[in-house]
Design a protein around this ligand. Structure first.
Ligand code: ADP
Ligand code: ZN
Ligand code: ZN
Length: 750
């Protein structure tokens, strides 16, 4: 076969560097390699996986100097063209290695070349010089016969067939493959039985309700956008129980009916069994759209089948946690991000992306609609609404016009004084728990784990020591009796008396879930109590079991961290206690108020969702804090206005982007020396373009004997800042034992 024009492709290799490389497409792969194909390529003396990023070269190297692709791993492209563009964007925006992004996007089984039911195919890979062939004929006539047979074919043939036809043994064939004369490829059979249940979330049958006026208006606007086939983000802001899920379903039905695909993201699949069940019930059972539930407990085979069904356009709805945003849906029309404010959307390991933001960018690439829904939207999304980037649709009323639960605020400074609250349960909360137990109604107790016990808080007046420069709480350091700011480094002597009320009791430790569980057992020895937190949840199905038992009424009191605050709907829960409402107000995080507000609203949404009215008891040392008041009145506007103003005055996100740079090493002096030196270099190079804060010890100063330092960068323009930071980082002489990580749009600042 001769060819005038050889095809060159540009490949993103999985090889630990960021350059894209050009390769020649060998003739037997001609016509089958496209953008998004998974291939194997030679790099120096190794073979590496890679993704075809473009079907033209980018290096300008002369063709004859290019190497050939070694193998095409799957016949289907494993990424859509938009996903390839997304890889490049994430690489540049999040300063993440392309390899790590690709590994997140493509399941391990797919990367390893797993096939469903497969058939091996043979093809002559390169032409054998005449002399060589002559030689082979005498030395290994069977091999020669096989090679000659294959070289006369125009396309790959089934191996079983070829061997039968030529009467050649498999061993002879293997020898040819090993020497590279013949290529053997596995191809999936076209029709095959998938496992039927594509993972989790039982379909629940529900009678679809008539949408109310607000729901219709919201869905109507989204559908109008959908029909225009343009990129647009809609923020669906609706109080808990206002029927957001019904709006999602309406819009999903529309997208699916038009033949497109959709992705529905939830913060954590295990915590959203009801939502998943409803989606499957309505969209799979009713509309007959095959649905994939993408979660971390899928076995490798299930994950592979789910992925295959999506790639082939057979499953057009994917429901899952953040990584489901990468589902290789061929014709993606709609992405829904439920509870868009949830920090769980941020991946805290490389690649450190934000699932919501990636969803928005992917929708942009696909010219799709992105719906972000929440009762308490993030400041970032609200700002995008006020700047006109996002459309907003509001649901202001609960579907059944149920009253808000009654919120009682308990002043823990008084409780501590009177010693009753020593166990973590205040008298008012304890009394109500006893009452519910007697009435056979259920109680949930929340402990706020985001809190730190190292803030300096006065148990008598609620005073918290804050940094005058950064408006975050100072952290107590026992070693030298100081309180320090983890942002600017400001430090002072730890007070022996409260600066406000002169109390000497100024230091206080938080309550753990265990302590609260014990306290509840002490109070109600006959009650059935279960605890749900990450420690207790190491067993895989424990989650679902406990939630099921709770729903069936086998548990009276559920104790847990805020992870149980989301999306659960238990009609028999009439009391919710929030044990330590203010800890998150005092962690060194400028989002503390926002988190606390969100938590309070979520928690109250959990009480009295049935026909009974609910009550919420909020225990706090700062009963007069604005956040608690706003939450109590469900005064979203008031809260948002005040919080936005505070963010604006400090130019915190969403007014600028925050890039968090964490460095760790075993030697604290060396760490601080290099951190200082790095910051001096930046100050020189950036010349006021970005604001740099630090270096300072991170709030968690040491983890596993590694000392941690952090630097914060504030910038208006991430795409301009990150490449410059990256370039400088590459040149800087970091010592070997020092590891440093950039976290763009960081959420966790510890
Ligand atoms: P959200 O997601 O905003 O918290 P949901 O969509 O879960 O609210 O709705 C809460 C409950 O109200 C669900 O049981 C749902 O079936 C029901 N519901 C939703 N919309 C309506 C409606 N228009 N009429 C009656 N019931 C509705
Ligand atoms: Zn005090
Ligand atoms: Zn400070």
């Amino acid at each position: 076969m001769s060819r005038t024009q050889e095809t060159i492709v540009s490949v993103i290799p999985f090889a630990g560097f960021e350059k894209e490389l050009d390769y020649r497409v060998p003739s037997h792969m001609e016509g089958r390699v496209r953008v998004g194909s998974l291939v194997r390529v030679p790099i120096r003396n190794r073979q590496s996986l890679g993704i075809v990023a473009a079907t033209e070269g980018s290096s300008g190297m002369p063709v004859r100097r290019l190497k050939c692709l070694t193998q095409l791993i799957h016949d289907e492209a494993v990424l859509t063209g938009e996903l390839v563009a997304l890889v490049r964007w994430m690489r540049d925006y999040y300063a993440a290695p392309a390899e790590a992004i690709l590994e997140t996007m493509i399941p391990a089984a797919v990367r390893r070349g797993m096939k469903g039911k497969e058939e091996k195919y043979l093809v002559a890979a390169r032409s054998m010089p005449a002399g060589e062939l002559e030689n082979l004929r005498t030395k290994a006539p069977r091999q020669a016969a096989l090679y000659e047979f294959l070289s006369q074919q125009f396309q790959p043939l089934k191996k079983s067939l070829v061997l039968k036809r030529t009467g050649v043994a498999a061993a002879s064939c293997r020898a040819l493959v090993e020497q590279g004369w013949v290529a053997e490829e596995a191809r999936r059979l076209d029709r095959e039985a998938y496992r039927d249940d594509l993972g989790g979330g039982e379909a629940v049958e529900v009678i679809p309700p008539e949408l109310n006026v607000e729901q219709l208006a919201a869905a109507g606007e989204m559908i109008a956008t959908l029909k225009k086939e343009v990129f647009r983000v809609h923020l669906l802001q609706g109080v808990t129980g206002s029927g957001k899920t019904e709006v999602y379903i309406k819009v999903l039905q529309e997208a699916l009916a038009a033949g497109g695909g959709a992705i529905f993201l939830v913060p954590e699949v295990a915590l959203a069994p009801q939502t998943v069940g409803r989606l499957r019930g309505r969209l799979e059972r009713e509309s007959g759209v095959k649905t994939v539930v993408w979660h971390s407990h899928l076995s490798e085979g299930e994950r592979f089948d789910a992925w295959t069904a999506v790639v082939r356009g057979e499953a057009r709805l994917v429901v899952g946690a953040r990584s489901a945003v990468f589902a290789p849906m061929p014709d993606l029309r709609l992405i829904v991000v439920d509870e868009e404010h949830e920090p769980a959307y941020k991946q805290e390991e490389v690649p450190r992306y934000h699932g919501r933001d990636v969803a928005v960018y992917r929708a942009f690439l696909n010219r799709a609609v992105c719906v972000l829904g929440s009762a308490t939207p993030s400041m970032e999304s609200l700002r995008n609404v006020s700047s006109g980037k996002y459309a907003v649709n509001r649901l202001s009323r609960r579907v059944d016009d149920r009253r808000l639960p009654m919120i009682h605020v308990v002043d823990m400074t008084r409780e501590i004084l009177s010693k009753r609250g020593a166990l973590g349960l205040s008298r008012p909360l304890a009394d109500k728990m006893i009452d519910r137990f007697e009435k056979r109604e259920q109680t949930i107790l929340f402990i706020n784990r985001r809190g730190f016990s190292s803030s300096v808080l006065c148990p008598e007046c609620g005073h918290v020591c804050e940094c005058e420069h950064c408006s975050i709480s100072l952290t107590y350091h026992r070693s030298d009796e100081t309180i320090k700011c983890h942002l600017c480094g400001h430090q002072e002597k730890a007070p022996r008396q409260c600066p406000e009320c002169k109390s000497v009791k100024i230091r206080w430790k938080g309550f753990g879930t265990q302590r609260v569980e014990d306290a509840a057992k002490g109070l109600l020895p006959r009650a059935r109590i279960e605890r749900m937190d990450t420690d207790a949840m190491s067993k895989k199905n424990r989650f679902r079991e406990i939630l099921n038992d709770f729903r069936l009424g086998k548990i009276d009191i559920l104790v847990g961290t805020q992870m149980i605050a989301k999306g659960l709907d238990f009609p028999n829960v009439t009391l919710v206690g929030l044990i330590d409402a203010d800890l998150s107000l005092h962690i060194p995080d400028f989002r503390a108020n926002e988190r606390t507000f969100q938590l309070l609203v979520q928690v109250s949404g959990r009480s009295g969702r049935g026909d009974r009215a609910g009550e919420v008891v909020v225990q706090t040392f700062t009963p007069h804090a604005g956040t608690i008041h706003y939450a109590r009145r469900e005064d979203f506007e008031g809260f948002i206005e005040e919080e936005m103003e505070a963010r604006r005055s400090f130019q915190y996100p969403p007014f600028r982007h925050l890039i968090h740079h964490l460095m760790h090493g075993s030697n604290p002096e060396k760490l601080s020396f290099y951190a200082e030196r790095w910051v001096r270099l930046l100050e020189e190079k950036f010349d006021g373009d970005i604001e740099i804060r630090g270096p300072c010890p991170a709030p968690l100063e040491k983890i596993k004997d590694r000392y941690r330092y952090q630097v914060w960068y504030f910038t208006k323009n991430v795409s301009r800042t990150v490449p410059r930071l990256q370039a400088l980082r590459q040149e800087f002489p970091w010592p070997d034992d020092m590891v440093q990580v950039l976290d763009v749009d960081a959420v966790n600042l510890t």
